[in-house]
Structures are given as structure tokens and as C-alpha cells.
Design a protein around this ligand. Structure first.
Ligand code: NAD
Length: 318
């Protein structure tokens, strides 16, 4: 395997994946319209192994040429996260479903054999099973979750019709350096930026809702393992840690790691409230050899260091 294409490669997960792939000697084409991603995210990547194209992936005719002679496509382009989807539900549905359809069409026209689709734990919605394996019934409640489940179905349909080997990765709350703290869409960077800016940490409801927080390096390794495994297709893998942490405990951990005493303020519960979420990762462990290795404490430390440095860098440039 020598050539990969990453849609959404200028985003948080995508740019970390591109860096990982190029460091392993792959040539990578990035397709990204920079809606939420940025070229700054790709600053560390070797230029001789990467080509970046600023393009809206929904334009099937225009993206097709980049899919020629590609061994594997990682499709990550999306408007990501429930918060963004709550503000713009139709835009999220349209963008995420159309990008997936367009990428599948380009893969089948160009004869790409392998595709990894970035789905989300949002497809599980509120379920009584926790930790959840890949076979529990799906009941997404946000338009973001609906866009992801629709993408999964499109993948399955194209696989049956055109024989593309599709694998689906359901990520659980990935966090780490380069994640955007803008719009407070993601809880880890939102808490960390509040610590740095000496503001209170805002917790929705009691904070007893749980999530499975996955450090970016583990998520990237899991994605790579899915994209490069030599057998199987049509498989779905949870990529998480299998450890359930409440949002209130996360807030306290961040205060402890950063030795801060910012107050924690409770506000009303979020509109699309999910009480518990944690991945059963036994399938990824046994079939991929996936083994998350970064503890939440260590991941938070690394993320805090990244945010602190970029924040002070920005301040000193002003
Ligand atoms: P991100 O916003 O940082 O990255 C998404 C990228 O897609 C951005 O660079 C954006 O500019 C690009 N993009 C969006 N629409 C596009 C379009 N029409 N054409 C071209 N580029 C487009 O988000 P992320 O956190 O890196 O998420 C990456 C993928 O992983 C997404 O598919 C997301 O749904 C999925 N995911 C992420 C998480 C997480 O915890 N971060 C959890 C579950 C699933």
C-alpha cells in the first residue's frame, strides 16, 4: 500500500492521520474545503509526501481525478459534532450525506478497492446497553447521528453493488492537540480553554452523563489498523477505550492536572441528552490488535500543554 487519500485531512482527526500515514512512507492526497479544518493543522507534515486540494468533496465530477491509483481512501470530511448539528441540522445532514455519497461514487468510478468511513458513537443514541458493542440496535437522536447512520447504509449499499471493501469506524469522543476549541463543540478543548482563560467550566446538568474519551494517537492507530488490514470487508469497529468517565469527573480531572481552581458551573441539560456512552472494544482488540495506551490523565496533560503553548504563542503575537 503506497497511496492514500484522506477527505477532511485538514481537520483534527484527519491531519493527525495524514501525519501518521506520511511518517509511514505513504503518499497522501488531502481533499478538504477548510470549512472547519485549516492548513495550520498540516504544518508538521512532510510536503514531499502530501498534496492538499482545497475542494468541496460533494462535487463528484471535480474530485474524481484525485481517486486514480489510490490504494485506500479514508473518508473523514464532515460537519462534525452534535453542537454544530444542533445549530444547523439541515446543513449537517446535507453536507455529511452528500460527501459520503460523492466519495463512494468517486471510489467506484476510479476502481478504489478500499474505503474507511469515519462514523460516530452518535449512531447508538440513547441505548440501555453500556458498554455498547457494534451489534446493539441503533437509535440516533441528533441530525449528526442520522447523517452518520445514513453514511453507513450508503457504504453498505455501494459495497454490495460495486464490491468496494468498506470498513466503518465508530469513534468515541476523540480529543487531543489540534482539536478546535471554537464554538465549544467538544468538551475537552472547551474545558481546557476555559482553564487557560480563567473562566468557569460549564457542565450541562449534574454532569453524571458518561463518555468514553479517546486520545487522538489511539484513534489514529485504530484507523490505520482498520485501513491496512489484509482481510475482511463490511466490518464495523468501535474505536474508544472501554473506560466510562462522567463529565463532572472529567472537569475535576482537568482542574487537578492543570492545578487550577476555576469554579464548575452547572447549567441546564443539553437538548440531545445521552446519559451513558462507552465502547465495547473487544472486536477491535481481537481482530485488529487495537490496544489504546494513553490514559485520560496523560492525554489531558498533553492536550493542555498544546493549548497552553498555542494560546501563549497567540497572545505574544498580538
Ligand atoms: P473536523 O471538523 O476537525 O474535521 C472535518 C474536516 O472535514 C474539516 O477539515 C472540514 O473542513 C472538512 N469538511 C467538511 N465538509 C467538507 C466538504 N463538503 N468538503 C471537503 N471538506 C469538508 O472534525 P474531526 O473531529 O476531525 O472529525 C473527523 C471525522 O471523524 C468526521 O467525519 C467526524 O464526524 C468523525 N468523528 C469525530 C469524532 C471526534 O470525537 N472528534 C467522534 C466521532 C466521529
Amino acid at each position: 500500500m503506497s497511496r492514500a487519500l484522506v477527505t477532511g485531512g485538514a481537520g483534527f482527526l484527519g491531519s493527525n492521520l495524514v501525519e501518521y500515514l506520511t511518517n509511514r512512507g505513504l503518499e497522501v492526497i488531502v481533499l478538504d474545503d477548510l470549512t472547519t479544518g485549516s492548513m495550520e493543522n498540516l504544518r508538521h507534515v512532510r510536503r514531499d509526501r502530501m498534496r492538499v486540494v482545497n475542494i468541496d468533496v460533494r462535487k463528484t465530477g471535480a474530485i474524481l481525478e484525485y481517486f486514480q491509483d489510490v490504494d485506500v481512501v479514508f473518508h473523514l470530511a464532515a460537519l462534525a459534532g452534535v453542537k454544530l448539528a444542533t445549530r444547523s441540522p439541515l446543513r449537517t445532514l446535507d453536507n455529511n450525506i452528500q460527501t459520503t455519497r460523492s466519495v463512494l461514487e468517486a471510489c467506484s468510478s476510479a476502481g478504489v478497492e478500499r474505503l474507511v468511513f469515519a462514523s460516530s458513537s452518535e449512531v447508538y443514541g440513547e441505548t440501555s446497553t453500556c458498554p455498547m458493542n457494534e451489534n446493539v440496535p441503533l437509535s440516533p437522536i441528533s441530525s449528526y447521528g442520522v447523517s452518520k447512520i445514513t453514511g453507513e447504509f450508503y457504504c453498505m449499499a455501494f459495497q454490495k453493488k460495486y464490491g468496494i471493501r468498506v470498513s466503518i469506524v465508530r469513534y468515541f469522543n476523540v480529543y487531543g492537540p489540534r482539536q478546535s476549541a471554537k464554538m465549544k463543540s467538544w468538551v475537552v478543548p472547551a474545558f481546557i480553554s476555559n482553564v487557560i482563560e480563567k473562566r468557569p467550566l460549564i457542565v450541562h446538568g449534574q454532569g453524571d452523563q458518561t463518555r468514553d474519551f479517546t486520545y487522538i494517537d489511539d484513534a489514529v492507530k485504530g484507523t490505520y489498523l482498520v485501513g491496512t488490514r489484509s482481510y475482511g470487508h463490511g466490518e464495523i469497529f468501535n474505536i474508544g477505550t472501554g473506560i466510562e468517565t462522567s463529565v463532572l469527573d472529567l472537569a475535576r480531572l482537568i482542574l487537578s492536572v492543570t492545578r487550577s481552581s476555576n469554579p464548575i458551573i452547572h447549567t441546564r441539560p443539553r437538548r440531545f441528552h445521552i446519559s451513558r456512552r462507552c465502547a465495547d472494544i473487544s472486536k477491535a482488540r481481537s481482530e485488529l490488535g487495537y490496544s489504546p495506551s494513553i490514559s485520560l490523565r496523560n492525554g489531558v496533560k498533553r492536550t493542555y500543554e498544546f493549548f497552553r503553548k498555542s494560546y501563549h504563542g497567540k497572545m505574544s503575537r498580538q
